[in-house]
Design a protein. Structure first.
Length: 364
């Protein structure tokens, strides 16, 4: 019994200790919640060599958004508002605000790392990052990266921001849903068409029997209205069949149009990714990074992407053509720079065409 009593007392002791710790923790937490915030720290996890954002800029954003940590209790820290205000600016990839034990608000910011800018016909003006992310060009800001101009049907809307493939997949799913709906409509119309055709065939085979001992004249008199009704009904069935067939044909045309739209979206996305990879290749080479300042894009009638490169040095335009055999074309152009332009002069030619095997074609 004494042993059991000791165990009970020991258990009660630790229950009391835990209760005291919980109460103290709750009291401490309540006291902490009533304390005032002690300041704001901006931490830039600078993944961008362009330093798009600095601490002064971030504080200016928060001031314009009427967000302050002065005279604010810890329990009322505007962490979500701070994150939203910062994420509203295009250069920021991610922002996370949290509290430290001493009551300071810390905001960790990750910046975008743009590799090119696209200013295309149709009002498109955005940057592409090293992660294939898209963000619109902020006002009163310019980054010295290669710029892509011209006409190109990019696979997303002009105001889209985010991963390049997200809106593409959404559009493809939407088109899939539209195609499925049209296919269901076509199936229903086909069922109706076959039903009407069966009714028409049944009517065509139907005839009015002659009564026993009925004269020919009497039969013809009785048969005349039957023939008229039969003729009118057959004409009506034929009209309904033709109407259903016309609707089926239109539905099939719409399905084919949507399927072609899907193919074009996928092709444009492939060209878009190929263009990004081309720019990445240019940016990875010190010479081409310094030399190529603009890429002019266009699309041929079959949808193929066609490139013209604008160099920093020289008055010529480089006709690059399709994004294929890239390394071979760049090597060909480099040899021409070393062996041709150094002799003839960098401003002697209007165009330099590297599309052809084993030669560079120039025009003055």
């Amino acid at each position: 019994m004494k042993k059991i009593g000791k165990i009970v007392l020991f258990s009660l002791f630790w229950v009391a200790v835990v209760a005291v710790v919980v109460l103290l923790g709750r009291y401490s937490s309540q006291q902490h919640q009533h304390k005032m915030l002690t300041g704001l720290d901006i931490v830039l996890a600078d993944s961008s060599e362009y330093a798009l954002v600095n601490e002064k800029t971030v504080r200016h954003w928060l001031t314009n958004a009427a967000i302050s940590v002065e005279n604010v209790r810890v329990a009322e820290a505007p962490l979500g508002q701070i994150e939203q205000a910062i994420l509203a600016h295009g250069f920021v990839r991610n922002a996370e605000a949290y509290l430290t034990p001493d009551g300071r608000v810390v905001v960790e910011i990750e910046q975008h790392n743009p590799i090119m800018r696209m200013r295309l016909d149709g009002g498109y003006d955005f940057y592409i990052t090293d992660r294939n992310e898209i963000f619109r060009s902020p006002e009163m800001a310019a980054i010295y990266v290669p710029i892509v101009t011209g006409r190109f049907a990019v696979p997303f809307s002009a105001n889209y921001e985010g991963q390049a493939d997200v809106q593409l997949n959404e559009n493809l799913k939407m088109l899939d849903a539209q195609i499925d709906t049209l296919c269901e409509v076509e199936n229903e119309l086909s069922i109706e068409y076959r039903g009407i055709r069966r009714q028409r065939n049944a009517l065509r085979s139907k005839s009015l029997d002659k009564k026993p001992f009925e004269s020919k004249e009497s039969y013809n008199v009785r048969k005349a209205p039957f023939d008229k009704i039969r003729k009118d009904s057959l004409a009506l069935y034929l009209y309904r069949m033709r109407l259903r067939q016309k609707m089926i044909d239109h539905t099939r045309v719409d399905v084919e149009r949507l399927k072609n739209k899907q193919k074009n979206l996928q092709k444009n996305y492939e060209d878009f990714i190929n263009l990004i990879n081309f720019v990445k290749l240019i940016e990875d080479d010190d010479f081409w990074q310094a030399q190529i300042v603009e890429i002019v894009v266009s699309q041929s009638q079959n949808g193929s992407l066609f490139l013209r490169l604008i160099p920093r040095a020289g008055n010529h335009t480089i006709i690059f053509g399709r994004i294929e055999d890239v390394d071979v074309k760049l090597d060909r152009l480099m040899r021409f720079y070393r062996e041709g332009l150094d002799k003839e002069g960098w401003n002697q030619f209007r165009t330099v065409d590297v599309r052809f095997a084993d030669r560079v074609v120039c025009s003055k």
